[in-house]
Design a binder for this molecule. Structure first.
Ligand SMILES: Cc1cc2nc3c(=O)[nH]c(=O)nc-3n(C[C@H](O)[C@H](O)[C@H](O)COP(=O)(O)OP(=O)(O)OC[C@H]3O[C@@H](n4cnc5c(N)ncnc54)[C@H](O)[C@@H]3O)c2cc1C
Length: 383
């Protein structure tokens, strides 16, 4: 087995690290406390080509073909160097759950209409699945689309959607044939400004506060036939594919953050002295560091394996569920260990250690909770 990255991949990761170090201002601290999204940083990422990593050059993307392995490594680099954890999260959400499904399932017209503007930062995309009565049980969704002349009439509410308050293009999943359950789900590309479509305000949340989040409302909203993504009834296949990608690449940024967190914690415990010696000399402290390293490397192996499977065009249902479970739970545990090792310094907002813990918690909820990932693993084991 060969786990090495080629020079081009490593060079690009290093370029992303330099880009993140040199381009983002300290305003993310204020943005986190005030729940402000930086459109300026989003545009900078687009100019650098990050959104384009999930799209081929033909539609405004970075390379001739999407290279998932390189994109995963680049996003790891971004998470490592960008202290605003919301930014890599939001980039990945748009890239893999909006751009990629459009690329995979869209018509030529849809790809040309939406992808270049999503890559350039002109448009922001959302993936709207969750509803007030359909969270983990997502296929029990109640939003419907009724066929009419030239299009469909949508009715229903989506909630907890990343970017909902400012999204321009919404990949929304609805039932076109409620009688056949998940086989009756279809996907549409709703657009800001369509009559009958509105979005709610930003809903304050525990972490990832630099990314707006909220609800979407469809009230007799007419969507033209041209905005149906894939065929009628293809929604289930589209969500399966996008969630599988989501569970892989969305977490690459967090892996980079865990690397940074480990390095910062090691540096702190080596310098902080108590009882006349560095606190790193106490086994209780160094064992927490050892656990952080173990979580980081086990998560890394799973991430790289899933990215490799995806790059080979192989299904990775089981591996993606294991990765999502392992990495998201590990990030919480390691964030808590980082705080313990920093003592009071870790607990105070001004030192920026506690923010990782707040940002990590969403990871065990979005794209399927940890319980749901365990259900998937158990089911695939025949239980
Ligand atoms: C930061 C963040 C970003 C998000 N972004 C988006 C987005 O962009 N688009 C979108 O559509 N949604 C998004 N979501 C919503 C997210 O996908 C849902 O919150 C998630 O699927 C869980 O649904 P729920 O909140 O309704 O919880 P529920 O499904 O009500 O779950 C409540 C509890 O019951 C458990 N549970 C439920 N069913 C089972 C079961 N069968 N077996 C075992 N335990 C079970 C859950 O694990 C959980 O502990 C986001 C959420 C967060 C936190």
């Amino acid at each position: 087995m060969d786990f090495s990255w080629n020079n081009e991949q490593i060079e690009y990761k290093n370029k992303v690290i330099d880009f993140a170090r040199n381009n983002f201002s300290e305003s993310y601290i204020e943005n986190d406390s005030q729940s402000i999204f930086s459109k300026e940083d989003w545009k900078k990422c687009a100019s650098f080509g990050l959104q384009g990593l999930a799209t081929p050059a033909l539609y405004g993307g970075y390379k001739e073909k999407v290279d998932i392995l390189s994109a995963t490594l680049a996003m790891e680099g971004l998470g490592y160097a960008c202290k605003d954890n919301g930014l890599p999260f939001a980039l990945n959400a748009q890239m893999w759950t909006v751009q990629f499904p459009i690329l995979q399932f869209g018509t030529e017209k849809q790809k040309k209409k939406f992808l270049p503007k999503l890559c350039s930062g002109e448009l922001i995309g959302c993936h709207a699945l969750t509803e007030p009565n359909a969270g983990s049980d997502v296929y029990s969704m109640e939003t419907t689309a009724e066929k009419v002349d030239g299009g469909y009439i949508l009715n229903g509410t989506k909630q907890y959607v990343t970017f909902a308050p400012i999204g321009d293009v919404i990949l929304v999943f609805v039932k076109t044939n409620p009688k056949v359950g998940k086989w009756g789900i279809s996907a549409f590309l709703a657009e800001k400004g369509m009559k009958g479509f509105t979005s709610g305000p930003n809903r304050p949340k525990m972490g990832l506060r630099t990314v707006p989040f909220g609800d979407l409302y469809f009230e007799n909203c007419f969507i033209p036939e041209d905005n149906l993504l894939g065929k009628e009834g293809a929604g289930w296949a589209i969500t399966n594919s996008s969630l599988e990608h989501d569970r892989c690449t969305i977490l690459a940024g967090q892996l980079g953050t865990m690397q940074r967190q480990l390095e910062e914690t090691i540096s702190f415990v080596k310098n902080r002295k108590q009882f006349g010696k560095p606190v790193s000399s106490f086994q209780a402290v160094s064992h927490r560091i050892a656990n952080m390293k173990l979580r980081l490397e086990t998560s890394r192996l799973l991430l790289y394996k899933v990215a490799w499977l995806k790059s080979q065009g192989q299904s990775s249902m089981m591996e993606s569920a294991m990765l999502k479970l392992q990495l998201s739970e590990s990030f919480i545990e390691s964030s808590l260990d980082a705080i313990r090792n920093h003592g009071g310094h870790g607990y105070l907002s001004e030192f920026e250690v506690e923010r990782n813990l707040r940002d990590s918690v969403g990871g065990v909820i979005y794209a399927g909770t940890s319980d749901i990932q365990r259900n998937i693993i158990a089911k695939l084991l025949g239980l």
